[in-house]
Design a protein around this ligand. Structure first.
Ligand SMILES: Nc1ncnc2c1ncn2[C@@H]1O[C@H](COP(=O)(O)OP(=O)(O)O)[C@@H](O)[C@H]1O
Ligand SMILES: O=P(O)(O)OC[C@H]1O[C@](O)(COP(=O)(O)O)[C@@H](O)[C@@H]1O
Length: 305
């Protein structure tokens, strides 16, 4: 079974306007509301690609109820824990001449509620896949994902981590199956500016040396590159299309990669389906659907470097 964990889900409020002016009243031309958060997005795309998963995490308040209702309508297998305080955050995604995002903090999670999550995670078995994705509330320590990995050590579970800064660095020694920082997050991890593909490869390899089995670096419209557990480097181009909303492109890539790997056990194929899934979501208002993803697959070329 595949499990995704979204500690901090969101409602993504996507608004489109011609020209955002700071300090003035702006009016939208289009607006959309979607359930969001990295693990949830991964589960939704996995479903499109034919893989059932169980979405775990925490929700609260009226926004949390909305997320659960939509996921139920979409037929997603969800097992979110309801927390009493606060409300699940609303993340604002402004699509104007540039894409600007304002992500909320999310409610605090009590020790008692965290224990409920650990109980669910303790039921995972050999060969399960676990996706730990997205930010965690400020009150939790940056060892949070690391502690989950420690708890599940020796169970032979493939663990995918999509996180930033120390939350990501701390898990590396526990050898996650896959990590997927984007190129900006890679720069932030090492406090460097990376201009060329070779420079990006050098730093991606450092993450592998620090323990990650497979390192996937997404680069938005510039494609992606993958360092595999066997030490191979693959580079992918992108599909062509008009960007409508690239929120969730990274999560779609993670889901596409997992599905592609489970289909074929071939990292090249995994990267290909990941790139098609990321592109199809960037070219959609919401997350991509299966037809769109597969319609882009022949445009993706993956080359060995
Ligand atoms: N404008 C785009 N055109 C085509 N493909 C894209 C575009 N934006 C994203 N993608 C695909 O989705 C992947 C993930 O996107 P990216 O923006 O890097 O992730 P994140 O949302 O994590 O920052 C990219 O590596 C690429 O394959
Ligand atoms: O947990 P974080 O890091 O604040 O990210 C949450 C946001 O990221 C998303 O999951 C999208 O992520 P990507 O664009 O990286 O795929 C949104 O749905 C959500 O608003």
């Amino acid at each position: 079974m595949i499990y995704t964990v979204t500690l901090n889900p969101s409602i993504d409020y996507v608004i489109k306007l011609d020209n955002l002016k700071n300090g003035e009243v702006n009016r939208t031309k289009e607006e959309y509301v979607y359930p969001g958060g990295k693990g949830i997005n991964v589960s939704l795309i996995l479903k499109e690609l034919g893989y059932e998963s169980r979405a775990l995490g925490f929700v609260s308040g009226f926004t949390g109820n909305y997320i659960k209702d939509v996921l139920k309508d979409k037929g997603l297998n969800e097992d979110f824990i309801n927390i009493k305080n606060g409300f699940t955050r609303i993340n604002v995604k402004v699509k104007s001449s540039e894409e600007t995002e304002i992500n909320g903090q999310g409610p605090n999670i009590s020790e008692e509620d965290l224990n409920k999550l650990y109980e669910k995670l303790d039921t995972l078995r050999e060969n399960d896949v676990l996706v730990l994705a997205g930010s965690i509330p400020n009150t939790l320590d940056s060892s949070f994902y690391e502690n989950i990995m420690k708890r599940l050590e020796n169970k032979n579970i493939k663990i995918v981590v999509d996180a930033t800064k120390n939350l990501l660095i701390n898990v590396l020694k526990h050898k996650p199956f896959l990590i997927k920082p984007n190129n900006h997050e890679l720069e932030e991890l090492f406090n460097v500016k990376l201009e060329t593909v070779d420079e990006i490869i050098t730093y991606a390899r450092k993450l592998k040396d620090m323990g990650a089995k497979n390192v996937l670096i997404s680069r938005g419209k510039d494609g992606a590159l993958l360092i595999t557990e066997n030490g191979e480097t693959f580079i992918s181009n992108v599909a062509k299309g008009k960007v409508k909303n690239s929120v969730g492109a990274g999560d779609s890539m993670v889901a596409g990669f997992i599905a592609g790997y489970l289909n074929s056990k071939d990292y090249k194929e995994a990267l290909k389906l990941g790139a098609a899934s990321g592109g199809a979501t960037a070219f959609s208002n919401d997350l991509a659907d299966k037809e769109h993803i597969y319609s882009l697959i022949d445009e993706i070329n993956v080359e060995r470097r």
